[in-house]
Ligand binder design. Structure first.
Ligand SMILES: Cc1ncc(COP(=O)(O)O)c(C=O)c1O
Length: 379
C-alpha cells in the first residue's frame, strides 16, 4: 500500500487571511487591518474565573458536552434572544470552528451539496470538502449581499443537504434581511435541507431591526442548527470556546463527532464562560459602532463604495473601479504604503477587500490614512 494521505486534503489551501497577515508581519512598520479578532484582552473578571475552576479541582475529564451549569447558562443566553433550547440540546465546543466541523461532518455524505452564500468565511468550504461533499456558491454581491429567491432556487438541487447562513456576515458585516431569511425558510421547507446558522457575531449588531434565522423561523427548528462562540463578543478568541444548539435528534449525532474529535473542551475554563455570558457587551458593541461609522466616513471620502455593515467588525468596500484584482490591491497596499487588508477573492468575491476595524482607534486611523494615500495614487 503506498503511503498516501487523504486525497481530500490536496485541494485545501492554507488560510488566505493568515497569508496576508504574515506578509504584513514581515513588512516593517506595516499596519494590519486583517485580523478578525478584537484587539482588546479578555475582561479581567472573566479571566479571573479560571482560578475558581482550578480551585474547585476541575482538572479531570468533564462531561463530553460541557458542564451542565454552563449549558444552562447558554440556554438562558439564547432565551434572551428568543431561542428556546434545553441543556441536553447544547454541546459546548472548541470554538465555533469545531461546532461547524462537527455539525457538517455529522450531516454530510459524499456527493451532498451545501449552499454557501458568497462572500463567506473560508472554513465552511474546507470542512465540506473534507467530508467529500461539494460547496455550491451562491453569489450575493450583485444584490447587496442579500439572498434572492431566484438565486437560491437556482442553487438548490436534489443533492442539497444544507445552507450555511452567517448574519452578521464575515467579511461584509451585512445582516440578512427579513426577506432573505424568508426565502431561505421557504426553500428549506419545500426541499427539506438543513439550515446552519453561524451566529458568532449576533451580539455585535448595530441596527434595531436585526433578527436571526432561528428566531424568525422557529417552525424550522427541527432542521436548524445554531452555532455560536465566545470568541468575538467577549474577546476570547484564544480560549477556543463555542457551542452549538439543535434538537435532540441532531445533537445526539453531532455530539458523537465532538466526542471522538476532542472529547470535551477544557474543564476549568467553563466557569469563566459562564461569567462571560453574564457580561454586558454594550460598551464593546458601542465602541465598534463608533469605529464602524468612522471607517464608513473615511471610505466615502476615498470614493470607495461600501454596503453598510450593520454588524461584526468588518467593512467590505468595492475596489472594482481601481482596475486591480483584490490580490494585487492588497499586495501593493502592503508593499507601497504599509497597510494590510484581505483580498475579497479569499472569501470567494473578487472586486472587494476586507477591512477589519477590530483594532484600536489609533491603529485604525493610521491604517486608513495609509489606505487613503494608496487609493489616491490609483485613482
Ligand atoms: C463567521 C465566523 N464563523 C466562525 C468563526 C470561528 O470562530 P471561533 O473562534 O469560535 O472558532 C469565525 C472566526 O473568525 C467567523 O468569522
Amino acid at each position: 500500500m503506498p503511503l498516501t494521505l487523504n486525497t481530500a486534503l490536496n485541494d485545501l489551501q492554507p488560510s488566505g487571511i493568515r497569508r496576508f497577515s504574515a506578509l504584513a508581519a514581515q513588512t516593517p512598520g506595516c499596519i494590519s487591518l486583517t485580523l478578525g479578532e478584537p484587539g482588546e484582552d479578555t475582561p479581567e473578571r472573566i479571566a479571573a474565573r479560571v482560578q475558581v475552576g482550578l480551585d474547585a479541582h476541575k482538572t479531570h475529564y468533564p462531561p463530553n458536552n460541557g458542564w451542565p451549569d454552563l449549558r444552562l447558562a447558554i440556554c438562558a443566553r439564547m432565551a434572551a434572544t428568543g431561542l428556546s433550547y434545553q441543556p441536553e440540546e447544547v454541546v459546548v465546543t472548541s470554538g465555533a470552528t469545531e461546532a461547524l466541523y462537527a455539525t457538517l461532518s455529522a450531516m454530510l455524505n459524499p456527493g451532498d451539496e451545501v449552499i454557501v452564500p458568497m462572500p463567506a468565511f473560508l472554513l465552511y468550504e474546507s470542512v465540506v470538502r473534507l467530508a467529500r461533499a461539494t460547496v455550491v456558491p451562491l453569489a450575493t454581491d450583485e444584490t447587496g449581499f442579500q439572498i434572492t429567491e431566484e438565486a437560491l432556487a437556482a442553487s438548490v438541487t436534489e443533492r442539497t443537504k444544507a445552507i450555511v447562513l452567517t448574519s452578521p456576515n464575515n467579511p461584509t458585516g451585512v445582516c440578512l434581511s427579513r426577506e432573505s431569511l424568508d426565502v431561505v425558510a421557504r426553500l428549506a421547507c419545500e426541499h427539506q435541507f438543513y439550515v446552519i446558522c453561524d451566529d458568532v457575531y449576533d451580539q455585535l449588531v448595530y441596527s434595531d431591526d436585526f433578527v436571526g434565522f432561528a428566531k424568525a423561523h422557529q417552525e424550522l427548528r427541527e432542521q436548524t442548527v445554531v452555532v455560536n462562540s465566545f470568541s468575538k463578543p467577549y474577546a476570547m478568541t484564544g480560549w477556543r470556546l463555542g457551542w452549538l444548539a439543535a434538537p435532540h435528534h441532531l445533537t445526539d449525532q453531532i455530539a458523537k463527532i465532538h466526542q471522538y474529535a476532542i472529547s470535551s473542551v477544557v474543564s476549568f475554563t467553563q466557569d469563566a464562560a459562564i461569567e462571560a455570558l453574564a457580561t454586558d457587551v454594550t460598551p464593546m458593541r458601542e465602541s465598534y459602532r463608533v469605529r464602524r461609522d468612522f471607517v464608513l466616513a473615511r471610505l466615502a471620502r476615498m470614493g470607495l463604495s461600501c454596503v453598510r455593515p450593520d454588524g461584526a467588525f468588518y467593512a467590505f468596500p468595492s475596489i472594482r473601479k481601481l482596475g486591480l484584482t483584490s490580490e494585487e490591491f492588497c499586495t501593493r497596499a502592503i508593499i507601497e504604503d504599509g497597510v494590510a487588508l484581505v483580498p475579497g477573492s479569499v472569501f470567494g468575491c473578487e472586486g472587494h477587500v476586507r477591512l477589519s476595524y477590530a483594532c484600536d482607534v489609533t491603529t485604525l486611523r493610521w491604517g486608513l490614512d495609509r489606505l487613503e494615500k494608496f487609493v489616491a495614487k490609483l485613482s
